[in-house]
Design a protein around this ligand. Structure first.
Ligand SMILES: Cc1cc2nc3c(=O)[nH]c(=O)nc-3n(C[C@H](O)[C@H](O)[C@H](O)COP(=O)(O)OP(=O)(O)OC[C@H]3O[C@@H](n4cnc5c(N)ncnc54)[C@H](O)[C@@H]3O)c2cc1C
Length: 388
C-alpha cells in the first residue's frame, strides 16, 4: 500500500488552486452582497456560476475526468476527487462550479454510451461549458425506491414517445437536455425494464422551482408525449436502471470529497476563530468544551479522507464497490454535517449569520444527507451486504 498522493496529482491540485485564485475568487467576491442578502438575485448568481463554468471548461478543469477524445484530460477518479475536495475546502463558493462532479448539470459519463454523432450534439457542448444537462430519475411517487418510477416510454416506429412527471431535478429549468429514465417494460422494471434516454429541451418543460434550504433549487419536469429518435437511447434498452445505479455509485467518491472539503473548511475556520476570540479573559480554545469537539472533528475528517480516497482508488482499479460507495455516502455526509454543526457552535451568534463562514456549509451538508440516496437507504444497502 502506498498512501502518498502521486506527484502529478499534486501538480494538478496546485494548478487548480492557482486557477481558482486567479479566475474564480474575483467573481465570487463580486457576489458577496448577493450571498449575504436575505433575498438574493438568483439570476445574477446563476450568471456568475455560468461564467465560472465556462472559464473552467476553457482551462480544462471542468470535465477533466472524461477521456481525451471527448475533450477531457482522462484524470483519474482519485485526481478528480482531490480537485472536488480542494474546491469545497478553499472557501470560494463558486469554486464548486469549476469541477463538474458531483453537480448533475455537468457532463455525465452516461453520455459516453451515446453513438458518436450524438456525442457531438449532446456531450461535447457540455464538456466545453457551452451547454448544461440534468439527470431526471426522481418522481413524486418514486424517490428512494427509484425502480417504482411511472414515466413511460413506448416505441412508435423509429421513435420513442415518453410521458411522465419528474421532480426535484437539479438544473431542470435551465438544462439544454435531460437524461430521462422511463419504464419500457412494466413487467421487468429494474430487472431490464427501465431505459435511459437523452431528451432535448424542446421535448420537455420545467414546472415550478422547488426552493430548498440549501443554495440548490431543483424543479419539476414534465414530459407530455416527448418524442425522441430511437438512437437517443443511452446504452441498451432495458438497462437504464443499472446504468443509473452504477453512475451514482461511481459518483459517491465525489460526494465524499465534497463533504471532506467542506468539513475541512469549517474546521479551519472554527480553529482560527477559537484561537482569536476571547471570552472570560482567555481564548475560546483554552476551554476543553470548545477544543475537544474540534479534536473529535479532526478525527472524523481523517476517517472521511481515507474512506473517500480508498473508494476513488477502488473505482480507478476498475471495481464497482457498491458497499464502499454506500459507506462513503453515509459516513461522509453524516459526519461532515456533525462537524459543521460543532464548528458553527464555536462561532456563537456569528455562526448563524449568512456573513459567517459555516452557515452555508451546514445548509449544503444538510441537503447532501438526503440527495442521491438518503442516509437510511445507504444503511439499507450496507445492512443487506452484511446479510441482514
Ligand atoms: C435539492 C435536491 C436536488 C435533487 N436533485 C436530483 C436530480 O438532479 N435528479 C434526480 O433524479 N433526483 C434529484 N433529487 C431527488 C433525491 O435524490 C431524492 O429526494 C432522494 O433520493 C430521496 O427521495 P424522496 O425525497 O422521494 O424521499 P422518500 O423516498 O419519500 O424517503 C423519505 C424518507 O424515508 C426514508 N426511507 C425510505 N425508504 C426507507 C427504508 N426502506 N428504510 C428506512 N428509511 C427509508 C428516506 O431515507 C427518507 O429519509 C434531488 C433532491 C433534492 C432535495
Amino acid at each position: 500500500m502506498d498512501f502518498r498522493i502521486p506527484e502529478e496529482l499534486q501538480a494538478l491540485r496546485a494548478s487548480f488552486a492557482a486557477f481558482v485564485d486567479r479566475e474564480v475568487r474575483p467573481i465570487d467576491e463580486s457576489m458577496t452582497e448577493e450571498y449575504w442578502s436575505g433575498t438574493p438575485d438568483h439570476g445574477r448568481l446563476h450568471d456568475a456560476a455560468e461564467q465560472v463554468r465556462r472559464r473552467a471548461a476553457q482551462e480544462g478543469f471542468y470535465a477533466c475526468y472524461l477521456p481525451e477524445d471527448v475533450g477531457g484530460w482522462g484524470v483519474s477518479t482519485l485526481g478528480t476527487a482531490l480537485l472536488v475536495e480542494d474546491a469545497a475546502r478553499c472557501g470560494v463558493r463558486l469554486a464548486m462550479m469549476a469541477v463538474a462532479p458531483p453537480n448533475p448539470s455537468g457532463p455525465s459519463t452516461l453520455l459516453l454510451q451515446l453513438p458518436e454523432h450524438l456525442q457531438d450534439v449532446y456531450l461535447r457542448p457540455v464538456v466545453r461549458g457551452e451547454a448544461s444537462m440534468c439527470f431526471a430519475l426522481t418522481e413524486p411517487e418514486a424517490g428512494s425506491d427509484a425502480q417504482a418510477i411511472r414515466t413511460r416510454a413506448r416505441r412508435d416506429g423509429d421513435s420513442w414517445v415518453i410521458d411522465g412527471h419528474k421532480h426535484y431535478i437539479t438544473n431542470g429549468d435551465k438544462a439544454d437536455f435531460a437524461v430521462v429514465f422511463a419504464v419500457t417494460d412494466p413487467e421487468k422494471r429494474a430487472a431490464g425494464g427501465i431505459t435511459a434516454f437523452v431528451v432535448p429541451r424542446d421535448q420537455f418543460r420545467a414546472g415550478k422551482t422547488q426552493w430548498t434550504l440549501a443554495d440548490t433549487h431543483p424543479s419539476e419536469l414534465f414530459l407530455d408525449g416527448a418524442r425522441v429518435p430511437a438512437d437517443h437511447v443511452i446504452g441498451e434498452v432495458g438497462l437504464g436502471f443499472f446504468a443509473a445505479m452504477s453512475f451514482l455509485n461511481a459518483g459517491r467518491a465525489y460526494i465524499g470529497a465534497q463533504c471532506l472539503g467542506l468539513a475541512e473548511f469549517a474546521l479551519d475556520a472554527a480553529v482560527a476563530h477559537a484561537r482569536s476570540r476571547t471570552a472570560f479573559g482567555r481564548p475560546l480554545s483554552r476551554n476543553q468544551g470548545v477544543a475537544f469537539p474540534l479534536a473529535e472533528s479532526k478525527v472524523e475528517i481523517e476517517a472521511m479522507r481515507w474512506l473517500t480516497y480508498h473508494l476513488a482508488w477502488a473505482v480507478d482499479e476498475g471495481e464497482n464497490p457498491m458497499l464502499d460507495a454506500s459507506i462513503v455516502k453515509y459516513y461522509d455526509t453524516e459526519r461532515a454535517y456533525a462537524v459543521a454543526d460543532r464548528c458553527l457552535q464555536v462561532f456563537g451568534g456569528m455562526g448563524l449569520l449568512r456573513e459567517g463562514p459555516v452557515e452555508r456549509v451546514l445548509r449544503h451538508l444538510r441537503m447532501l444527507r438526503i440527495v442521491e440516496g438518503a442516509s437510511e437507504v445507504q444503511q439499507l444497502v450496507i445492512s443487506r451486504a452484511m446479510g441482514l
